[in-house]
Design a binder for this molecule. Structure first.
Ligand code: SAH
Ligand code: SF4
Ligand code: F3S
Length: 481
């Protein structure tokens, strides 16, 4: 079924398009939300590049503006409308100089609101849901003829096929070298239906990309200079597929295969659901040198009553047992998580259970959110919505606890020597910035040629947002962590 609709005609773009035919067209892309949107924006940029659009960071210069949006909390979605207001003014200003500006909204707000979006923001020419990006060039041409286009079909197979093609094009020998770290989407969508969450509605059902496509894209990225891959999925560890051996593969098996790619130094993955951490994946953390000792494993809440109301389908004890199993094979691992405070019905005692869980688990870092009512989700209609003031108090208390744990974890790295993958130049000349195995930013004086390499670094100072280190030349044996 297709959900594409032609709506009321918008301004005619053809004259302006002809006027600017000689200059290369420019696209301004703004990305909100999760890493999956970051990945999708990169692929859209690749696709648009082959259509003759050069990327620009300056809105005023853009012939095409794409907002890749997030619907997860009310604030995230509302940001899009204020941004569209600003863009409308720029579009009007450009029109005075005979320049046309086409405006597209992609991502989860596009999927969730569809046609409604063009009613609230008539300046928008194209609304395109996350599974339709392979159609972007064709839809732009259609929108350019006038009329507003809304495309929110779910066709994940076509998207995955096209993503592979786009990645292949952008990794050809003539293509520019890539940064040392890259995302790779292996799974999209969610069947879990947590009662607070829009993702199952905006991203559709859980679908895994094929082993073949993933291996091809990973190899292309490594050939283009990537040294660290972060595998992405809304439930990345629910990934499953069929290997070249004809056997059913789980996510652990996929990681083991990817670790065989020559030149790939580091592997990470996000986001994992506690219910999908199986034994093979856990033991991959023991077996694979490339798999970094960092795991984002959201639990959301510490009270069994709230976990049940959230439809998480696991208890706090399940989570504790899981953390024990992981730490038994990978004692060095840093855990991270997501927490929601003020879910409907959450009492002080429930919240205390969350605090207690955090104290027992001890996180290296974590994200904390106030519950936000999302239209269309079961939580929105639940009794016992919590006062904003109470949410704010709980958020602060939880943040204070997590910040203390994070600070302690960072401080515990002082004096340690471990491998840092240098990613880019630092602010000061002669300085490079990279990541520790635990995803902490590390700064050290090092020559530019070390960008894209893992080097042993001794941590000599702990800053607020990063660690400061000193290169330890010739101590490669400690660089592996
Ligand atoms: N798939 C991942 C995360 C998806 S969204 C998982 O299952 O954990 C990222 C985070 O946003 C969630 O983990 C949750 O903590 C938060 N979130 C989702 N919906 C929310 C809402 N309605 N209000 C507040 N936070 C929310
Ligand atoms: Fe949302 Fe839950 Fe699915 Fe995560 S598992 S994407 S929180 S519904
Ligand atoms: Fe936001 Fe959609 Fe990601 S709602 S968090 S952009 S999946």
């Amino acid at each position: 079924m297709t959900h594409q609709q032609e709506l009321a005609p918008g301004p005619d773009h053809e004259d302006a398009a002809a006027a600017s035919a000689t200059a290369p067209k420019k696209v301004f892309m703004r990305t909100y939300g999760c890493q999956m949107n970051v990945y999708d924006s990169e692929r859209m940029t690749d696709v648009l590049g082959s259509e003759g659009f050069a990327p620009t960071e300056t809105l005023e210069d853009a012939d095409l503006v794409i907002l890749n949006t997030c619907h997860i909390r009310e604030k995230a979605a509302e940001k899009v409308y204020s941004e569209l207001g600003r863009i409308r003014k720029i579009k009007e200003e450009r029109a005075l100089h005979g320049k046309d500006t086409m405006i597209g909204v992609a991502g989860c707000v596009a999927q969730a609101e569809g046609r409604e979006l063009t009613r609230r923001a008539p300046v928008v020419d194209l609304v395109i849901g996350p599974q339709s990006y392979h159609q972007l060039p064709a839809l732009l041409k259609q929108a350019g003829k006038g009329g507003r286009i809304v495309e929110t079909e779910f066709d994940i197979d076509a998207k995955f096929r096209h993503l592979s093609d786009a990645a292949a094009r952008s990794a050809q020998p003539a293509a520019p070298r890539r940064a040392p770290t890259a995302f790779l989407t292996v799974q999209e969508g969610c069947d879990k239906f947590c009662t607070f969450c829009v993702v199952p509605y905006t991203r559709g059902a859980e679908v895994s990309r094929s082993v073949e496509q993933i291996l091809a894209e990973a190899s292309q990225l490594v050939a283009a200079g990537v040294r660290e891959l972060t595998l992405l999925g809304q439930n990345v560890n629910a990934w499953h597929g069929e290997g070249a051996d004809g056997k059913a593969w789980g996510f652990g098996r996929l990681l083991r295969r990817l670790a065989e790619i020559d030149g790939l130094e580091r592997l990470r993955y996000t986001t994992s659901h506690p219910r999908d951490m199986d034994d093979d994946l856990i033991s991959a953390h023991r077996d694979l040198r490339q798999l970094m000792p960092y795991l984002h494993l959201p639990v959301q809440a510490g009270s069994d009553r709230i976990l049940a109301a959230m439809n998480r389908k696991h208890t706090r004890d399940d989570y504790f047992r899981l953390v024990d199993r992981i730490r038994a094979v990978a004692p060095e691992i840093a855990l991270s998580g997501d927490f929601i405070v003020g879910f409907p019905g959450e009492t002080d005692a429930d919240f205390e259970d969350t605090m207690d869980l955090v104290r027992r688990v001890e996180y290296g870092s974590a994200f904390t959110f106030k519950y936000s009512q999302r239209p269309g989700t079961p939580g929105d209609l639940m009794d016992g919505q919590v006062d904003e003031d109470v949410k704010t108090q709980r958020l602060h208390a939880l943040q204070e606890l997590i910040t203390a744990q994070q600070t302690g974890f960072n401080a515990s790295r002082l004096g340690m020597t471990f491998g840092v993958l240098f990613e880019r130049k630092g602010k000061r000349p002669g300085q490079l910035v990279g990541k520790s195995p635990w995803l902490q930013a590390v700064q050290a004086d090092a020559p530019d040629e070390m960008i894209g390499t893992v080097q042993p670094v001794e941590i000599v100072e702990i800053g607020r947002n990063s660690l400061f280190g000193r290169l330890k030349a010739g101590q490669d044996e400690s660089a592996g962590a």
